[in-house]
Ligand binder design. Structure first.
Ligand SMILES: *[C@@H]1O[C@H](CO)[C@@H](O)[C@H](O)[C@H]1NC(C)=O
Ligand SMILES: *[C@@H]1O[C@H](CO)[C@@H](O)[C@H](O)[C@H]1NC(C)=O
Ligand SMILES: *[C@@H]1O[C@H](CO)[C@@H](O)[C@H](O)[C@H]1NC(C)=O
Ligand SMILES: *[C@@H]1O[C@H](CO)[C@@H](O)[C@H](O)[C@H]1NC(C)=O
Ligand SMILES: *[C@@H]1O[C@H](CO)[C@@H](O)[C@H](O)[C@H]1NC(C)=O
Ligand SMILES: *[C@@H]1O[C@H](CO)[C@@H](O)[C@H](O)[C@H]1NC(C)=O
Ligand SMILES: *[C@@H]1O[C@H](CO)[C@@H](O)[C@H](O)[C@H]1NC(C)=O
Ligand SMILES: *[C@@H]1O[C@H](CO)[C@@H](O)[C@H](O)[C@H]1NC(C)=O
Ligand SMILES: CC(=O)N[C@H]1CO[C@H](CO)[C@@H](O)[C@@H]1O
Length: 423
């Protein structure tokens, strides 16, 4: 061991050398080659990806978003923490909105059958036949469970004409089933299928046969649909707990974001950094029992972020709304779109349908920017991805003493992806 005066001398030398050479102010970017270390500026925050174009500003935080072929934008204002004037709107300018498809449908009147009106719509999505679908949890603000006939998906034509309603039967409401998001595959089966996430604490994935209306609830309360116990996420550099006044809890939201790509259903578990996928054909196959279906779930590894939304493009890329990173991530599910060697598998494929095996999924940054304040829902049309932001983690239930630290207006953006929608 060295005498203590030597230790002191060495330490003093390192200290004075460091202060002499480390820049005391942020160098200009043109000088950065002489300061090549990572983290040269205290405010350094790498911005990644193409520019974001604002497309709309909302005074209230939206959760759901759709874009139609005429470039009309639709948003949903859910009623999880209280009434909202309109549940689903069409944007008529950068700041203006109108109730959609009508004002009358926005609120159920006393005694009205809950299948006919909006109770708590979470998202609105376009299918591949230009129908718009709304997913209604059927759960009134302050309630824990859906009202009978209230949990449903409804289809509309672009002019707002109601086409069909598929009611999720109350036999599937057990343990506070909470329909959160939906995607449609119009070509699967005889008349297509809808796939839904249930974001209850147990979580599950539902499918609805759009021919017969048969609804099935799968993967209920499995590790694939349930939050991580004791999950703590991060937002804008701040750790996020659940709060009721000064009583701390852990967030427990289950399966939430969903996308269809490459014949699979992709979903994420919100209070976790996990996502999974399963074959659409398998999850709708009634010969496969609920006990067996867990064996069909594919685990591509974690995605490194809490996430409330997924979407997919027609090149087999699944996009993940990476709320912990002010970012949107993506992962290739088709080998033809992979452009690097991964674990010995060379880039590309001559077979357009060759899937990437789950162990070769590589999740990457697509876009990262301080503007992305909890991207929630996203939709792709004509080369652009549209997404809404809502600062969810700054809302009262996630802030100490239930302070509302969200600051509007809440912006929706578009960003170039150079692809069309998956469905
Ligand atoms: C829906 O009900 C709320 C009150 O809960 C009201 O403020 C709002 O105007 C109603 N919306 C429409 C479109 O009538
Ligand atoms: C409510 O609507 C559903 C679906 O159309 C129907 O099956 C049910 O009988 C209706 N309930 C009442 C009380 O009218
Ligand atoms: C869900 O699974 C967990 C872990 O196995 C168990 O503790 C819990 O009781 C289950 N919940 C329900 C509603 O079945
Ligand atoms: C918050 O705590 C109060 C008092 O214990 C309780 O009455 C209330 O139901 C809790 N709220 C929520 C949303 O859990
Ligand atoms: C929709 O289903 C068809 C038929 O099974 C399948 O070929 C296609 O890949 C599915 N679409 C998506 C986007 O997964
Ligand atoms: C459904 O699953 C069973 C059992 O795995 C299989 O034999 C059958 O071919 C599947 N049906 C379809 C339509 O894929
Ligand atoms: C692979 O694709 C990504 C996304 O388009 C791009 O940023 C990257 O430069 C490509 N890499 C190669 C080696 O072509
Ligand atoms: C919590 O907020 C209430 C008002 O909303 C305030 O009266 C109380 O002092 C706050 N408590 C703490 C511990 O900050
Ligand atoms: C180690 C090094 O090259 N430091 C340089 C970083 O940039 C500042 C300001 O341009 C220079 O003064 C340092 O010499």
């Amino acid at each position: 061991m060295a005498p203590s005066w030597m230790v002191f001398m060495v330490a003093a030398t390192i200290f004075s050398t460091a202060t002499a050479q480390f820049p005391s102010s942020c160098p200009s970017p043109s000088l950065s080659s002489s300061n090549s270390t990572n983290g040269i500026c205290p405010t350094e925050f790498t911005i990644i990806g193409p520019a974001l174009e604002p497309v709309h500003e909302s005074t209230q935080p939206p959760t759901g978003l759709a874009i139609d072929p005429n470039l009309n934008l639709y948003l949903t204002y859910p009623r999880n923490s209280g009434p909202t004037p309109n549940n689903v709107v069409i944007c008529t300018s950068f700041t203006n909105e109108e109730p959609w498809p009508s004002a009358a449908i926005q609120n159920c009147s006393a005694g009205q059958n809950a299948s006919e009106c909006f109770i708590n719509v979470q998202n609105v999505v376009l299918d591949s036949t230009n129908q718009l679908w709304v997913v209604d949890s059927g759960i009134f603000p302050g309630s824990k469970s859906a009202v009978e006939y209230g949990a449903k998906i409804m289809s509309f034509s672009l002019d707002g004409t109601h086409l069909r309603t598929y009611i999720i039967p109350s036999s599937l409401y057990y343990n506070n089933m909470n329909a959160n998001d939906v995607r449609i595959n119009n070509t699967l089966g005889t008349n297509g299928y809808a796939f839904l996430t249930d974001e209850s604490d147990s979580g599950s994935i539902l499918s609805v046969d759009l021919d017969t209306g048969y609804a099935n609830r799968r993967l209920f309360n499995t590790t694939y649909t349930r939050a991580d116990p004791g999950y703590v996420g991060v937002y804008d550099g701040q750790l996020i707990y659940g709060w009721n006044g000064t009583k701390k809890s852990f967030l427990s939201t289950g399966s939430d974001g969903i996308a269809l790509a490459s014949g699979n259903v992709y979903w994420g578990v919100l209070a976790s950094r996990r996502f999974y996928y399963i074959s659409q054909a398998a999850i709708v196959n009634q010969s496969i029992s609920n006990d067996e279906i867990v064996n069909y779930v594919q685990n591509p590894g974690q995605c490194g972020t809490e996430q409330a939304g997924l979407t997919a493009d027609d090149k087999g890329r699944v996009y993940i709304m990476a709320s912990e990173h002010n970012a949107i991530f993506y992962v290739n599910t088709l080998q033809a779109s992979v452009n690097q060697t991964v674990s010995g598998v060379p880039a590309g494929s001559s077979n357009a349908l060759e899937p990437v095996p789950p162990e070769n999924y590589v999740v990457k940054d697509f876009v990262r920017s301080g503007l992305i304040q909890h991207a929630d829902s996203a939709a792709i049309w004509d080369g652009w991805m549209y997404f809404c932001t809502n600062q969810l983690e700054l809302s009262p239930s996630r802030q100490y003493n239930n302070t509302d630290n969200r600051r509007g207006p809440f912006r929706s953006y578009r960003v170039w992806v150079g692809a069309g929608p998956a469905v």
